[in-house]
Design a binder for this molecule. Structure first.
Ligand SMILES: NC(=O)c1ccc[n+]([C@@H]2O[C@H](COP(=O)([O-])OP(=O)(O)OC[C@H]3O[C@@H](n4cnc5c(N)ncnc54)[C@H](OP(=O)(O)O)[C@@H]3O)[C@@H](O)[C@H]2O)c1
Length: 258
């Protein structure tokens, strides 16, 4: 591999697992975050404080790096992901020959959903960067529907669930393992998508979640409208032909604390 591996978004749901697993492989691992290093930073990892949007701290973080696993994203301000990847590409060019490994989402080229459109544009910028690159698209991690259900379950008595939408949730640990393997290999371009083991109707997932956290709610199917919702109902975010993940929703729920 040569130089260090830099994980952007190394404090996030996925990135923090990538950092841990990459560190376990040996070699120098750096974690990029906007935050200052905590008193107890992950062991064997060099913490680099940098902001991908302003570019502050980025060149120092990139010095001697041969691979970047780009997990940073800000779905609440999607346009900032474009600025961030442009900054990253420029910094990688200054270092020279840096392999960019990017985590994307199944369906970014098919769904007219704002955040997905930006993810596709980020892919295009990486593909056209002239740098060596690898892009992996996956379905949703278990944590995402769990976060949505946690928020929806705050209402008393009823829990609204978008009707007609299924999810194919995937263990973030398995995605992290795949990214670490890709980071250790040759640049591979777009690699095969990764989907969770099973496509599960949203209502079934919601019932499982409520059981796991010991709450009782009446499920309220809510129709959702618009082109994005239609795309999600059609399953354009799913990859049943690539159901390669093994960690199940039920296993994830079993580990949740009520
Ligand atoms: N969640 C899913 O189901 C799913 C499925 C497929 C693909 N993905 C993709 O996987 C990636 C990671 O998702 P996640 O759910 O793990 O994300 P997350 O938990 O929201 O973490 C996002 C990370 O981005 C960092 N970040 C945001 N803005 C930044 C900036 N300006 N400069 C530097 N760092 C910045 C944050 O770090 P600090 O706050 O520490 O700076 C944070 O660690 C995203 O690209 C997402 O699209 C997610």
């Amino acid at each position: 591999m040569g130089g260090a591996v830099l994980v952007t978004g190394g404090t996030g749901t996925l990135g923090r697992i990538v950092v841990r697993r990459a560190a376990a492989e040996g070699g120098e691992v750096r974690l990029l975050s906007r935050r200052a290093a905590p008193a107890a930073a992950p062991q064997g990892v060099r913490w680099c404080t940098a902001d991908l949007v302003s570019g502050e701290g980025l060149d120092a973080a990139m010095e001697g790096v041969s691979v970047v696993v780009h997990c940073a994203s800000d779905p609440r301000r999607p346009a900032s992901d474009l600025t961030a990847v442009r900054q990253l590409i420029e910094a990688a060019r200054r270092v020279g020959g840096v392999h960019l490994v990017y985590i994307s989402i199944v369906g970014v080229d098919r769904l007219p959903f704002g955040y997905y459109r930006v993810k596709r544009q980020v892919e295009e910028l990486i593909e056209g960067s002239g740098l060596p690159w690898t892009v992996l698209r996956t379905t949703q991690f278990h944590d995402l529907p769990a976060q949505v259900f946690r928020a929806l379950a705050k209402l008393p008595l009823v829990m609204p669930v978008p009707s007609g939408i299924s999810v194919q949730p995937l263990a973030a640990e398995e995605v992290a393992d795949r990214l670490v393997a890709l980071a250790g290999g040759e640049p591979a371009g777009r690699v095969a998508d990764m989907g969770g083991p099973r496509v599960i109707p949203g209502a079934e997932m919601a019932r499982g979640y409520l059981r796991a956290v010991g709450k009782r709610r009446l499920l309220l199917p809510v129709p959702v409208f618009g082109a994005s919702a239609r795309g999600f109902r059609q399953g354009l975010h799913l990859s049943p032909e690539r159901a390669v993940g093994s960690g199940t929703w039920e296993q994830y729920l079993a580990a949740l604390k009520p």
